[in-house]
Design a binder for this molecule. Structure first.
Ligand SMILES: Cc1cc2nc3c(=O)[nH]c(=O)nc-3n(C[C@H](O)[C@H](O)[C@H](O)COP(=O)(O)OP(=O)(O)OC[C@H]3O[C@@H](n4cnc5c(N)ncnc54)[C@H](O)[C@@H]3O)c2cc1C
Length: 360
């Protein structure tokens, strides 16, 4: 009977990070289970360049020092010279995380269950095969929950005529007026003629892909982009609620990624936080680390409750952006805002509603 040092359940970005950051410099034997074909996964992860992300600077695909937040009437432009917005693709992250000294065995199967037996775990897959490991890193997560808000999106990578996009400035949020849902466009101009154009919604229910496509087409038309070639697409659902399974009572089970509470639910940003989580786990004696501090998490909950209980068309986001400079804004998005920035954020929100949500 072979007992692996660790079993990674799910080779999304967090499972991959465990292989690289925790075991990459060891000669341990690790087993990873993945139910999907991750070679087919291709999407882009955005984040601001915090200190903990600097070790990965060489695999960053593009940086933008300017971004905008607005709607048809207003546009706020932010600049940050030392903390730009960056992207890393899943494909690049996968390649980087699989180049390690340790021996990784990848099993393309779904894990049904695992439970402790003596000083190791017995793991069962759908074909009733059994595997053994000393530690479990579990990244399976619940993406949807009744009554909770979701961030859901669909985007296309397009090529267009030369000099169509300003490749130095990204559109972080361009809000459009919609019935019953909060909607914005997210545009990543990789070059003057290549961009990811994404339609994003905050609501309780995921929409049909034709809905997002219609918004993308409307946006392109309004910006006089009538001819484009679609290269690829990406879609996703990100929970706007904190995961329920954060901490396991078994000290050898590590809940990681979104499952382990890495996502900042008010924004849907999770990639850089899950990397921070694995970095912190490396030096922690515990099986769980707090990625979002108490105050940041509380503000997130207030903001989500505010979105849940009020009709929002993006004006609150634009007001918040206009009250902050680029560095303050990115510090808030990356969970590193100081007290003054927090006060500015609170000041941007409708006072009565904020107080009501605070005491809930
Ligand atoms: C298209 C897309 C774009 C995103 N863009 C950004 C972004 O720009 N910035 C940002 O910060 N965040 C972004 N996110 C959010 C977040 O970073 C991702 O959701 C990220 O993939 C979360 O990583 P994870 O490892 O926690 O979970 P996942 O990526 O969901 O990985 C879990 C893996 O486990 C596998 N699995 C599940 N159940 C089993 C089982 N029983 N047995 C075996 N395998 C199993 C799944 O197939 C999956 O591959 C994006 C998400 C998506 C979907």
């Amino acid at each position: 009977m072979k007992i692996f040092k660790a079993a990674i359940i799910g080779l999304g970005p967090s499972g991959l990070a465990v292989n690289k950051i925790l075991y990459g410099d060891t000669y341990n034997e690790i087993i990873a289970f993945e139910s999907e074909d991750i070679n087919k996964r291709d999407n882009i992860f955005g984040f601001w360049l915090t200190d903990w992300m600097k070790p990965f600077e060489k695999i960053i695909e593009k940086k933008w020092y300017k971004w905008t937040i607005g709607n048809k009437n207003t546009e706020v432009t932010h600049t940050s010279l030392d903390k730009p917005y960056c992207v890393i693709s899943f494909k690049t992250w996968k390649k980087f995380c699989l180049e390690t000294k340790n021996k990784l065995e990848i099993i393309n199967k779904e894990v049904v269950q695992y439970f402790p037996e003596q000083n190791y775990f017995k793991i069962t897959t759908t074909d009733d095969k059994i595997y053994y490991a000393e530690n479990i890193y579990d990244s399976r997560s619940v993406k949807e929950k009744d009554g909770e808000l979701l961030q859901h999106f669909f985007g296309i990578n397009i090529t267009v005529a030369d000099n169509t996009f300003n490749e130095n400035k990204l559109t972080l949020m361009h809000f459009t007026e919609e019935n019953n849902v909060l909607h914005f466009m997210y545009i990543l101009p990789f070059s003057h003629n290549k961009a990811l154009v994404e339609s994003t919604v905050f609501s309780k229910d995921v929409l049909h892909s034709s809905w997002y496509r219609e918004k993308i087409n409307d946006y392109l038309k309004k910006n006089n982009i009538n001819k484009f070639k679609e290269q690829s697409s990406e879609k996703g659902v990100i929970p706007m609620f904190f995961a329920g399974e954060k901490r396991s009572i078994n000290s050898n089970i590590f809940n990681i990624g979104i499952r382990g509470g890495a996502c900042k639910p008010s924004t849907g940003y999770a990639f850089s936080f899950l990397i921070k989580q694995i970095q912190l786990l490396k030096y922690s004696k515990k099986n769980y680390v707090n990625i979002h501090n108490f105050l940041e998490a509380k503000m997130d909950k207030i903001f989500i409750n505010f979105l849940k209980n009020n009709k929002e068309d993006g004006s609150s986001f634009i007001k918040l952006a206009s009250n902050l400079n680029g560095n303050e804004f990115q510090s808030f998005m990356m969970g590193e805002s100081n007290l003054l920035t927090k006060l500015k954020i609170i000041n941007s929100m409708p006072k009565l509603l904020f107080i009501k949500e605070f005491f809930k």
